[in-house]
Each structure stands twice: as structure tokens, then as C-alpha cells.
Write a protein that binds this ligand. Structure first.
Ligand SMILES: CC(C)(COP(=O)(O)OP(=O)(O)OC[C@H]1O[C@@H](n2cnc3c(N)ncnc32)[C@H](O)[C@@H]1OP(=O)(O)O)[C@@H](O)C(=O)NCCC(=O)NCCS
Length: 146
């Protein structure tokens, strides 16, 4: 099914507690870029941007290898309806395994962190973004071969 990027933007706009006004200035272009690369998922109100590392990338004490995945975003139109976990697990089922999924999340995003822990991610380290002004965690999940 074709994804309407404006509908995706509307889902992000429901979460201004997480995304500040500056974020929206470039959001549509960012989504179109990932849509063109097949990295944008929008199913049952859940948006996921999932990319693959093109080369080994050091992430604190760990390193993602080429082919590992990175969740850039997950956003649910109706948080708490269980769709976030079910769509995420469906996406994971279709990935070639074994592999690792990495992500970075703001340390004050308690709901997001709890969500990822529930989905089997562990915190692997901390880092700052935005010139040291934003404290983040790095998280990782191993996807074993079925
Ligand atoms: C992150 C997000 C996708 C998670 O989806 P969700 O539907 O809210 O997930 P859940 O309701 O399953 O919540 C996950 C867990 O967080 C915890 N939680 C729920 N509400 C919470 C709150 N207000 N504060 C802290 N933790 C909370 C609970 O442990 C919950 O699991 P449980 O209900 O089974 O105990 C969704 O909240 C969202 O769209 N948030 C805005 C965007 C975002 O922050 N994305 C993550 C960064 S990429």
C-alpha cells in the first residue's frame, strides 16, 4: 500500500512532548528520503524507520557491523493499543538473522525506553547529541536465527 507522508507527519505531530518544533522543519523531507529507500514502514498507525548500517560503526564500547539494523524512529498514533510491539515484532520476523538492532533514545523518554526494554532491548551505553546538550542511551537487541 502506498504511504502518504502527510499522514505520517500527522502521527509525529501527536507527540510534541518528544519531538520539538525544530524537528518538524525537516521531517517531511526526511520521511520522503527514507520512503524512497524502502526504509519507512507505516502499518496500523505505527511508523517505523529502519535502516541498515553500510559499514562497521563504533557505538561506545560496542560496534554495529555492516548489515546490522538501526531503528531511527518508532511512533504510534494510539500509544498503549499494543500495535507498537506487534508491528515491531512482525518487522523483526521478516529480517534475515542472526542480526542486531541498534537505536539511540533520549534518556528522558521513559515510555520509549520502557517500550524497548519490553521488546527485548538492553541499554549498551550512553552518549550525548546536539553538541553535548542531549543525553541519550544506546540500546541493542540480538535477533537470533529461528
Ligand atoms: C514509544 C512508543 C512507540 C511505544 O508504544 P506504546 O504503544 O506507547 O507502548 P506500550 O503502551 O506498550 O508501552 C510500553 C511500556 O512503557 C511503559 N509506559 C507506559 N506508559 C508510560 C509512561 N507514561 N511513562 C513511562 N513508562 C510508560 C510501560 O512499561 C509499558 O509497557 P506495559 O504497559 O506493558 O507495562 C509510543 O509511546 C510513541 O509513539 N511515543 C512517541 C514517540 C517515541 O517516543 N518514540 C520512541 C523514540 S524513537
Amino acid at each position: 500500500m502506498t504511504i502518504n507522508v502527510d499522514d505520517v507527519v500527522d502521527v509525529f505531530k501527536l507527540h510534541t512532548d518528544v519531538y520539538n518544533s525544530g524537528y518538524f522543519a525537516h521531517l517531511k523531507g526526511y520521511l520522503i528520503k527514507h520512503l524512497k529507500k524502502g526504509e519507512l514502514i507505516f502499518e496500523e498507525g505505527v511508523v517505523i524507520i529502519l535502516t541498515q548500517y553500510q559499514r562497521q560503526t563504533v557505538l561506545g564500547d560496542y560496534a554495529a557491523v555492516k548489515g546490522d539494523y538501526n531503528i531511527r524512529e518508532i511512533v504510534n498514533k494510539n500509544p498503549g493499543n499494543n500495535n507498537s510491539i506487534s508491528i515491531l515484532n512482525k518487522v523483526f520476523e521478516n529480517l534475515e538473522k542472526p542480526t542486531k538492532i541498534w537505536l539511540t533514545i533520549k534518556q528522558d523518554n521513559k515510555r520509549g525506553i520502557n517500550f524497548y526494554k519490553k521488546a527485548g532491548f538492553i541499554i549498551t551505553g550512553s552518549k550525548t547529541r546536539n553538541c553535548g546538550t542531549l543525553d541519550c542511551y544506546m540500546m541493542c537487541k540480538n535477533l537470533e536465527k529461528n
